[in-house]
Design a protein around this ligand. Sequence first.
Ligand code: ADP
Ligand code: 5GP
Length: 206
Amino acid sequence: MKREGAIFIISAPSGAGKTTLCKEIIDIFPALRHSVSYTTRAPRAGEVHGKDYFFVTPDEFRRMVAEGEFAEWAEVHGNCYGTAIRTLEECRTNGVDVILDIDIQGARQLKERYQGGVYIFILPPSYDELRRRLNGRSSDSDEVISRRIDAAAGEIRESRWYDYVIVNDQFPRAVEELKSIVIAERCRTFRVLEAVTELFDIGTAD
Ligand code: ADP
Ligand code: 5GP
C-alpha cells in the first residue's frame, strides 16, 4: 500500500550503541535508508566517504550552511555535522523510510521543522558501561572519551522530550524494541490514510 515515508530520528550519548543499532535495523529492513550526513570530522579507520558520512572541509560545510542546504546542522564535540534537505526530501517524496543518527541539537531543529518525525533516544545501561564501550571502540583518544562522558548527563536529560526511549543493554532486546517501533510507526493512520481513502473509495472525513 502506498505510504508516506517515515523519518526516524535517533539520538544517544556517544558510545551508547546507536551506530550499531542503526546498522542492524537497516539490515533487517532493507527498505529503510540511512541518511548520510555531512561532517568536517576526519574519517575513522574503515569509514567510507558517501556511505558513513560525506567528509567535507570546513569551508565546504560553511558554504552549505550559507546556501541553506541543511535541514539541520550542529557542532558536536568540536566538529560540524549536518543533514542535507535534499536527502530528506528525496526520501519523503519517494515514500522511503529514512533513519537519522544525529545529535540532540539537530533533533530539536528537526522537531520544529518536520511534523510526523519519530524521535527515539538510545540509553546505555550505565555510565560505567558507556565508558567501557567508548574505550572498547578504541577509535578516540582518552581526552575525546572523557569529553564525551562529561557531555552524557546533559544529553540524557534531553531524552524526556523524545517519543521513545530504548535502553541498549542486551543488544538483541534493544533491536527488538527498535524493530517494534519501526513496524508500529509504519501503520500510523496519517501515513496510510490517503492510500486507504483511494483504495476503498471512502471519501474524506467530514
Ligand atoms: P554510538 O554510535 O552510539 O557512538 P557505537 O554503535 O559505535 O556507539 O557503539 C559503541 C561500542 O559499543 C561499539 O564498540 C559497539 O560494538 C558496542 N556496543 C553497542 N551496543 C552494545 C551492547 N548492547 N552491548 C555491548 N556492546 C555494545
Ligand atoms: P561520530 O563522530 O561519533 O560519528 O558522531 C558524533 C555525533 O554526531 C553523534 O552524536 C552523531 O549522532 C552526531 N551526528 C552525526 N551526523 C549528524 C548530523 O547530520 N547532524 C547532527 N546534528 N548530528 C550528527
